[in-house]
Design a protein around this ligand. Sequence first.
Ligand SMILES: Nc1ncnc2c1ncn2[C@@H]1O[C@H](COP(=O)(O)OP(=O)(O)OP(=O)(O)O)[C@@H](O)[C@H]1O
Length: 818
Amino acid sequence: MDEIVWARDSTEGFVLSRISEILDDGAEVLPLDKKFQKRTLPFSDIFRANVEKDRDYDDNCEMMFLNEASLLNNIRTRYYKNKIYTYVANILIAVNPYSEIPALYSPEMIRNYKGKSLGQLPPHVFAIADKAYRDMQVLKQSQSIIVSGESGAGKTESTKHLLKFLCHNWGEESGILEQKILDANPVLEAFGNAKTTRNNNSSRFGKFIEVHFDKDFKVCGGHISHYLLEKSRVCSPDGDERNYHIFYMLMAGAPEKLRQSLGLTKPDDFNYLKSGCSRYFTKPSSEKKLSLSQKSEDHNKQGPLKDILLDDVEDFSELDQALTRLGLTDSERLQIYATVAAVLHLGNVAFEDNPDDSRGGCRMIPSKDRSLLTASKLLEIDPSELKQALVSRVMQSSRGGMKGTVIMVPLKVYEANNARDALAKAIYSNLFDYIVNKINRSIPFQASSYYIGVLDIAGFEFFTVNSFEQFCINYCNEKLQQFFNERILKYEQELYKKEGLGVPEITYVDNQGCIDLIEAKTNGIFTLLDEESKLPKPSYTHFTGEVHKAWPNEYRIGLPRSSKLKAHRSIRDDEGFLVRHFAGAVCYQTKYFIEKNNDALHASLESIIKESRNKLIETLFSTSMAQKGKLNFVSVGSKFKTQLGELMEKLKSNGTNFIRCIKPNNKMVDHQFDGSLSLMQLKCSGMISVLELMEYGYPSRTSFADLHSMYKDYLPKELKQLNPKTFCEAMLHSLKLQEKDFKFGITKVFFRPGKFAEFDRIMKSDPENLKSVVAAIKKWLIKSRWIKSQFCVLTIIKSKIWKKKFFWVSTDQTNWAI
Ligand SMILES: Nc1ncnc2c1ncn2[C@@H]1O[C@H](COP(=O)(O)OP(=O)(O)OP(=O)(O)O)[C@@H](O)[C@H]1O
């Protein structure tokens, strides 16, 4: 028993092994590398291997055996050769190299990929951008490029390269528009990105960036839509994580005068920064520009954070210039910086129990007066009114539906803390909306015919503790997965039908049930959460109970104790629920669901902030949704549901391209490939199911014209001159490929897995072999021409006989038919 197979392994993903014994429901396998142990595995963990050591494939579909193990191995082999891009048919897999690969994105590369069909050059993110552009031109349809992957997988970097390729090749001569679209990046990153444990420059929001084209397919504008900024980070970055970059950039990079006027000193002087990592990102040259008083104790002790791209000192001036180019005046930029500083000062306001209040209310700690004064000054609101609104809230009694006396309700310490944090989050997230809006307005926009939209949104997430943020992200991924399934499978089947291949229908697992569970109007989890918020005394345990009650027989939802993870099994039934997503089960802890879903300010705070004399603050809160009573509040969940609905509509009406980004290791280092981590991501992105589909279909396909242009130079003149369809027929029929390995469609030829590679190998083989190939093609051509001419003769003879017959029949009846 000598067959070499891939055997599942918990760390590597798969290891090459030899089957030593076949058992009833599995086999005993012996890994080739002695460092791995012999094991007995079920058949579902053993896969056939394409064993040609060190060989890799541009397109996974060129492989003979399409399975998760061969896919993982191909990606790994290529990654170590610095080939970070790989196709699975039209889908691009991009592995984060965590290092610069020389010339990979050079201007020459940008030129090279322009106008090339997919497959003509090695896989590349530029090839996908070019395909989207050509599809837009040919099909006269807007296109989307969906870039997905977990945090740190390289979505934002890929997005930047896509935009650069599009703007560079089809932007206007002056490059002003291109500059504006590209200037959006440093601005979005300063306000929307933060250092997390998984990525130094993690985007804490989703975005859909549209590049618009005019009737001549030249770039004529752009637009950014953003989703779900992570607001909780503003008040409580944790452990090794940081708050949004802008806070540190201002403190490290702003001119001294500006820092002084904003009362900015060093990160550990501010509560909203010192709960997390308080060090700056610097390079040796910029570190020298920092004074001791600007640096936190930790920074002084441990030194700066390091990243190839980030530098808080230099990034501030880059941001300031980008904002200027986007059209913001000196005073507008100053107001933005003042607002950011105000958030920090607000965070330093603290409360204690008020011994003079018999109702258990709190008061501000007197030593924090200075922070309150600075925050009020920067926000241009009255400090005493702000103080009052932070420690109490106004309620109106109502009797028989009539509004009655105004009552001042004192807040407890934790309520005042919540009110302060809610205000800080509202200011920051409204500022983010304002900045995105400013970017959009600064990008000139002429009448647009089509657009290419790039979606950069977080992939499926599951941690030990999963809260409302993960719930929203996973809901979004559930919708995107459904779309992916529909597009890939539907497209595939429609193509087979259109090309007349006669391949039987392929079915797939539908995840609509899971989507219903979350978004159903009457009993979906979002609805139950909103209902809970409207109760006089909302409680997360009651909400959790309602969720379990609403879905008693649904297998997709379960109690935390049904989790496979020990950490989740100890969560009480009324403190969490488990959702079985397409990518795996996730246990959500519901403790902060209500607060995170309803982040509106209480009425007193809302009215104080609206009275600000500061133009920017006034603008930020002019359209904000005041909580006009509990019954008509707009929750975070329902807003996201609506936004996502609109996005899905756009995606459905566009052509689609997919890029799946993979993070090869958690250490964020180059040349280290963690097999099981990467395999998990391939599964979560739906790539394994795509392979299953491809295994039974014809995954490699190319148009007759493309195939002709790809290989004509390998052949003599007389064969080159054939028309593309005859050329393809001649080549495929005369080579020793079996009939079942390929199919001719109307415009394309389709190959079974691995067969295109076989064909390619024959065509590119040594001259001696090629000679015999040419001879075989010529022989086939002579034979087929002979058959054709015989067929023609026969047809003429037949038609003559038929005409005679017809004439005879028709003259016998009516004459008009001749
Ligand atoms: N193509 C690339 N070449 C070199 N380095 C890269 C590439 N792609 C990503 N990186 C590195 O990986 C880091 C993380 O990438 P990126 O920020 O694009 O991830 P992401 O998927 O957008 O993460 P998040 O969801 O957290 O925002 C980058 O800051 C960069 O250092």
